[in-house]
Structure formats: C-alpha cells, structure tokens
Write a protein that binds this ligand. Sequence first.
Ligand code: AMP
Ligand code: MG
Length: 332
Amino acid sequence: METLVKKLNFFSLKKAKRLVRAGQLVAFPTETVYGLGASVFNEEAIAKIFVAKGRPQDNPLIAHIADKKDVLLLASSVPPDAKKIIDAFMPGSITVVLPKKPTVPDRATGGLDTVAIRMPASKEARRFIAACGTPIVAPSANTSGRPSPTTAEEVYADMNGKIPLILKGKKCEVGIESTVVDFTGDIPVVLRPGIVTRSEIEAVLGKKIEVLTDTTQKVNSPGVRYKHYAPACPCVLNLDGNKEKIVARYDEIKAEGKNPVIMCLDGLKADFVGLNVFGMGESDKDFAHNLYGALRELEKKYDYIIIVWNADTEFADSVFNRLERVAAHNLL
Ligand code: AMP
Ligand code: MG
C-alpha cells in the first residue's frame, strides 16, 4: 500500500475523513505523540491497528474525542471525581478510564469492561477527530516496542506501506504519552504517569489518590507490562549523574570497539567534554519533548546509549517511567 504524507489542512482532512469512514487507518499529530487512528465503532478497522503496529491484542486503546460531551458516547457512567478531572484538565494530556458502554467494541478495550478516553489539547488532533465525526481510537503510531513517534517522519519510518495516510502536523509538544487515571474503583489510580502530575490531580480532587507501582502484579493497565520504547542499540540509565561512573562505562564500551554516546540535559554536557554527548535541552520538559526523536536519531549513529537522568521534579518521575523501559531496566 502506498503511504501518503499530507500536511494537515482542509483538503487532507477531507481525505482522512473518507478513509476513516471506510475503515482505514490514518496517523495524526497530538500534543503527546502521533496517534494511529481508526473509528472507535469499526471493529475491522481497529483490528488493522493491531496488525500495523504488531500490538498485543490485550493492550487496550485510548478513544480520542473532540468534544467533552462525547465522553457519554463511550462511558456508561461518569463518577464525580472523574467529572472534576474532566472539567479541570480536558482538553489536555490526560486520559480517564471509565466503565464502558456496551456499544464500544471489546476489541478497542482489549476485552476490558472499561474504556480510556482523552480529549487532546492539540488543535490539529481535535480538527482531525471532529472531521471524522466519531471518536477515534488511537495508540501511538509506532511499531510496538519502538520509541513513540513525535514527528510525521518518524511515523513514516514505522508505518510506510502499512497505512494509507499520515497527517503531518507539528512536532509533538509534550513528547511523552498522556497521564492515564482509572476512576472505576473507590480511589482514583494513576496507571501511567505523564505531564499532568499526581499532585495536580490531588489538588483538584482535594484528596489523596493512588499510583500504580507494581506493574507486574496488577493487570488493570495491560500496556504497562509490555516491552516499550526500545531503541535499536543497547541503552543504560544513570540516575545519579556520577561523572566517574559514567565515563568509566563509556570507556569500557569504547574499549570493546563500539561507539557510545551520552544523552543528558544541556547543563551536564560540560562534564563530558571530548566524549560523544547529545544535549536534550535545559529542562525536564525539553528532555521529554526531545526524548523519542533523540533515541531514533542516536540509534542510527551510535551503538550504545548512556542516558543520564538526575532531575527530581514530579514530572521527572514521569519521564523516568519511560526511561526505565527505554533502557530495559538496565541501570548504571
Ligand atoms: P498507548 O496507546 O500505547 O499510549 O497505550 C494506551 C495505554 O492506556 C494502554 O497500554 C493501557 O496501559 C492504558 N489503557 C487504555 N485503555 C485502558 C483501559 N480500559 N483500562 C486501563 N488502562 C487502559
Ligand atoms: Mg504506545
């Protein structure tokens, strides 16, 4: 199949709508990462998402909406806490898990009786969803296990030949996936951390919530169990910024005849003068914004990535959640 990349505009949106309505897949920009979209009510189209990505069948998808009232097309009820969070953070980089309506196909939710719903902050994403006239289920538009795409070019690298259309928009501002919060139990639980943090949620709710930590035990967010975001070369994660340790590892890899690189915030670059260093910007937000693109770029030039991450903001923990998987839990 030929894969077209079209700038997102009036004309490409018309085409996108036609394709989605005909049960095809269209990749589109959001502020978190690029999504691979299909109509939420078209089971055959949803099946194609799993094939194009090589995604495990039990890994549920997030349904994206362009209007808050569409929550009611998907959820059978909206508990008061969820309502507060929807009012406070939507549109935004947060996903709420609610009991699903029977009309939402099991295929979209990995067989769960809950549905994950998000209204993106990205105007481009909302234009696409609104043009289609239906909620759009969309995982990240990458091959499963690979770093998520944050540009149309990165989508093309993984999806060329597999989908008919990629809508090209801005590079994703946030750069990591949404915060996922489950509202189906007594206490809300953060299933996946993101740019909306636990304390921001607690401030709105006026009470403490939980954060899923043991991802091996609980299966209520199936996706967190799978291999994720892996670059093509080995990767190690350092969390203390200890220069001697980092340089020692760098030298070891070099002595093996390989070409390593250090990925860190700009402020740390001075520690590694004369070595291959890739600066990720000044703040934790810059780092997240650059993360997946940097991995895709560095894997082409180097054969070992040392990631240094010693930021200690609450958002830094959300980035850490991704880095742990990028490095396949390989810590230095
Ligand atoms: P991705 O589309 O790759 O960003 O992954 C979406 C993730 O959201 C899944 O892997 C799950 O961890 C989570 N998710 C989606 N739907 C549900 C649901 N119904 N219940 C719990 N978690 C969900
Ligand atoms: Mg993904």
